[in-house]
Design a protein around this ligand. Sequence first.
Ligand code: CP
Length: 345
Amino acid sequence: MASDDLKGRDLIVTQEWSKEDLLKVLELAVKMKANRFGYTHVLKDRTFFMFFYNPSVRTRQSFECAATELGGHAQFLEPKSMRLKTKTTAGETVEDAARVMSRYACGLGIRILEDKVTKYGEGDELIREYARWADIPVVSMAHDKFHPCQGLADVMGWIEWLGPKGKFEPEVLKGKKLLVVWGHGALARSWCSVQEAILIGSRFGMNVTVAAPEGYDLDPDVLAAARKNCESQGASLEVTHSQMEAYRGAHIVYSRNWMSPDAYRDGEFHKQEEIEKAMKHTDWICDASKMALTDNAIFTHPMPIDRGHEVTDEVASGPRSSIYDVAENRLHVQKAVMALTMGNL
Ligand code: CP
């Protein structure tokens, strides 16, 4: 059946899509998971551009597989293979690059975060600039603010884990407690995955608790949006520095390192300083004793995991870990997004 109402849409953050649209993606992803090679007509002979400023395992590989399984092809691009204008060098404008890319491809994915931006929000601005000029859908493949494909894969995995076996019932998330807890680590990660999880979890009626040491606040605008999402669902958003209390009663534990708001200063990313500061908080690690405080919670993480810092091996590889299911779901949700926004179903 043709589904045209998402045709041409950009996906920069799930918050900009209606709940109905998100459900449409998830329902198609579930069908595609059950019939993995039954959609080879959807992007037949079409090319999806993947423009990576930063490295990736899951995102690059899952998008490549997604394009192949839809009958098309994903092409890898990186800034060093183009002559783009930057703050310090002459080159091609985003307008020209985006307009030309639109003549070739059916969609454009972009990843830009961490050390490839000089201030928080710069990656978001760049993606929106591409979206402004491109005539094809632009999809964030993780940028400094959001990671929409990860958020969709997260909720798909959580629904599968917490709902009845063999049925897909998104309502199962309503009223469940999602704990997003900071973990120490040596990666100084951007806020994209955790902010996306907080936004999409709150859209699905979850009670969200964000726990972090002092000095690790997330974007206040994102938290305000999540609070509104919660209120509209009769749910709550809590922000705390008390991790032990935060674990109590959780149904999902999402332990992840993120950089502090001081990471970008004076037009620079202070990565080493962030790592040294984070590594002092050795007590901020998800382990079995903390998981024992929860309501038999599942463990979730977008990966790659900084094992031994963010979470112990025992929890990450334990019987309540959803990590590989969520990672697999990246493929299915991305196929669904590509099919609905740029394909022929
Ligand atoms: N979760 C995620 O985006 O993984 P990669 O950085 O490996 O793509």
